[in-house]
Design a protein around this ligand. Structure first.
Ligand code: IVH
Length: 682
């Protein structure tokens, strides 16, 4: 753990090329701290916990800060924030008596800007030196570079400035500028910066200030240090010496600094928590990165009283936003069988909080991914969950692998039915091909009753499980032979819900032809394709005829290619599927358009799944051309536009996506890859 974290710190501070997400580093660092606290004998001088910051790099002159730059303690939840507040009350000797409410201490809430801290020194109002944070004691002198940042005043707007003053703040590169820099680097074939903060760090260490000037850095000031005995002359019109953090921000602003406009004076813990919640949401509106909020006790005298721990003030804390990536320990691997028989490896790991929920399982997509990741039992893995997307395992940290750990493999037999799994040449998926496999049956039933298909209300996953496990349903048509008394006798069912379900099942027979077709769950026939096929073929007989003898009328349909035609051919050639069609007919399914459907062949726009959504396409998608993707989206009722705005519903990004992707990320517009777009269309 020590050597991994040391390497990560070196990559971050010296090479400007991070090895892992900050959140992952933070969590591992915490775990190391806890281990060292629990086993002090294991503590060693080379532990990353034994230093304040990063090592200064070569190429610049190292300077000692007049006042060291401290770091901040982190809280990762509201509970940790509250614990910090209680500790603060305790050092200030203000812990309430039992039963009394917590005393309210005014706080300043600021955004935690994910940039690079700078220390600026002014003498008699003139910028004389700028330095990086370095290890907090010593940094690198980068005055020439910092002088190119427009929002850093070279001379303060004060009539009678103090003999010296020190300002701390954050240098940053706004997201659109970052995207442009990376675009240019890509054009020149140079390595890309991992994120705006690294681009900023790399820029500040440029030996040529002209390059820095071209990169348009920005700076927000947040800390002011004045000589202890200095007071503003009252006749000068200069602002008075601040007595609080809030006044310091105002002082900095009137002296000519840019101060982040989103800081707020918060009267109590409730206001603090509201501020944090608001910015966790609103952070995406900003065009620069923030990774949390910083809370600072407002009153400077109380700050003094609270003092410092070894490396951080007791009077301030950073509340970090919910991480989208975190490390966890792998417990085991499970194989999940879907309705097509495709087997997905699923990692089960120690629960971790991630993007607002606690997760303990994540998909590995397919067997190739399993090999690529080289998972071993007991591995430390990095799990990611961004927005609504299902969690996935992005990486393994092999450095933390237990001695003697065995590589993990997908089982050779289906975990549900025991039959041998097969993988056909050129296919990514490993499959169970047993038509009677209960997992496949459950999946097919779930699909049949789903919203886009037959839309049967009241037939959830748990009920399907019971029906399959008890052998009451062995195929889709069996659903239509169930009787109300039997249904009512099942777990969590009653007469009322059974009767409702009977009605819903009966009504599903009237669903339009395209939904019936989609419900069959033919490989590659998603909602959009089913609609197109249903429009072209007036019933299952016509479709079967084409699929088995002459696929030309199928592939002639816009957006349908040989792959789909082949899948249809395979499906209709399977005897069990022919049985399925016949039994469904006996149960009352037309598998053809109803007469009134034929009349109103035009699809209602509101029925289209992507109606009202706006898409922007960028980069090269792996299989669809730009125009194919656009046609599919439009066929499903969506709109495709050329530029990203807050109104954009989704950006679909492929290889070499450029500024549109960056813009989407900065605006918080969800980004899809091709597979996700296809899933949405389906
Ligand atoms: S105050 C003693 N305020 O976060 C006070 N820091 O994790 C120390 N940061 O090194 C810093 N936004 O680079 C403060 N509004 C803000 C900040 C901020 C970003 C950074 C800063 C610091 C790091 C600590």
């Amino acid at each position: 753990m020590r050597s991994l974290l040391n390497r990560a710190a070196h990559a971050y501070y010296v090479l400007d090329a991070p090895l892992m997400e900050d959140a992952v580093y933070d969590r591992l660092y915490r775990e190391l701290l806890e281990l060292e606290q629990a086993h002090p004998a294991l503590l060693s001088d080379d532990s990353p916990t034994q230093r304040v910051g990063g090592a200064p790099a070569e190429g610049f002159v190292s300077v000692r800060h007049r006042i060291p730059l401290l770091s901040l303690d982190n809280a990762f939840s509201v509970e940790e924030l509250e614990a910090w507040y209680s500790r603060l009350l305790k050092v200030l000797d203000r812990t309430p008596a039992a039963g009394e409410p917590l005393p309210a201490l005014p706080m300043v809430g600021e955004l935690k800007i994910d940039g690079n801290a700078l220390a600026l020194s002014y003498e008699h109002g003139v910028l004389v030196r700028a330095a990086t944070r370095g290890d907090g004691e010593q940094g690198e002198e980068i005055t020439a570079n910092v002088r190119t940042i427009q929002s850093v005043p070279l001379r303060l707007q004060l009539a009678s400035p103090p003999p010296w003053l020190e300002v701390r703040g954050e240098a940053l590169i706004p997201d659109p500028v970052f995207a442009a820099i990376n675009r240019e680097r890509a054009e020149r074939g140079e390595a890309l910066f991992a994120n705006p903060r690294n681009a900023c760090a790399g820029t500040l260490r440029q030996l040529d200030p002209k390059v820095v000037a071209a990169r348009r850095l920005d700076f927000f000031a947040y800390t002011l240090h004045l000589p202890e005995d200095w007071q503003a002359g009252t006749e000068t019109g200069d602002p008075l010496r601040p007595g609080s953090q809030w006044q310091s921000l105002q002082w900095l602003q009137s002296a000519g600094f840019r101060v982040n406009p989103n800081a707020a004076l918060l009267s109590d813990l409730a206001a603090v928590e509201a501020f944090c919640a608001t910015w966790e949401e609103r952070r995406h509106e900003l065009d620069y990165a923030t990774d949390g909020v910083v809370l600072k006790l407002d009153d400077l005298r109380l700050q003094d009283e609270a003092g410092f721990t070894q490396k951080a003030p007791r009077w301030a804390i950073a509340l970090k936003y919910a991480a989208e990536e975190a490390p966890s320990r792998l417990l085991r691997l499970e194989a999940q069988v879907g309705r097509t028989g495709a087997v997905t490896p699923v990692a089960i790991f120690e629960p971790v909080p991630l993007a607002g929920t606690t997760v303990s399982r994540a998909t590995l997509h397919n067997a190739d991914r399993l090999v690529e990741l080289d998972l071993h039992s007991g591995d430390t893995i990095v799990v990611r969950k961004a927005g609504e997307i299902i969690p996935e395992v992005v990486r393994v940290l092999p450095e933390l692998r237990p001695v003697g750990a065995q590589p993990l493999q997908l089982p050779h037999t289906c975990p549900e039915c025991g039959s041998a799994l097969v993988r056909e040449d050129g296919e990514a998926a490993t499959r169970c091909v047993n038509n009677g496999c209960p997992a496949i049956l459950r999946g097919s039933l779930r699909h049949w009753v789903s919203k886009g298909a037959l839309d049967v209300d009241g037939l959830g996953t748990k009920l399907i499980e019971q029906l399959v496990d008890r052998g009451l349903v062995r195929s889709i048509p069996d659903l239509y032979g169930l009787d109300a008394a039997l249904l009512a006798s099942l777990e969590r069912m009653g007469e009322k819900s059974a009767a409702n379900l009977m009605v819903a099942l009966q009504a599903s027979k009237q669903q339009p032809w395209h939904r019936q077709l989609y419900g069959l769950g033919i490989h590659h026939v998603g909602e959009v394709t089913a609609r197109a096929l249903a429009q072209a073929f007036p019933g299952v007989d016509a479709l079967r005829e084409a699929a088995l003898s002459d696929p030309a009328p199928i592939t002639a349909i816009h957006g349908i290619g040989a792959e789909i035609a082949q899948s249809l051919q395979q499906w209709f050639a399977t005897p069990a599927n022919e049985d399925l069609i016949q039994t469904l007919r006996q149960r009352g399914f037309a598998l053809a358009p109803a007469p009134e459907e034929q009349a109103a062949a035009a699809v209602e726009p509101a029925e289209k799944p992507l109606a009202g959504l706006t898409f922007v396409l960028t980069g090269t998608l792996p299989t669809l051309s730009r125009s194919q993707a656009q046609a599919r989206i439009e066929a499903a009722g969506g709109k495709v536009t050329g530029s990203v705005s807050k109104k954009t519903s989704y950006v679909v990004a492929g290889a070499e996506a450029g500024s549109k992707l960056a813009k989407a990320e900065s605006l918080g517009v969800p980004v899809l890859d091709e597979a996700e777009l296809l899933a949405l269309l389906a």
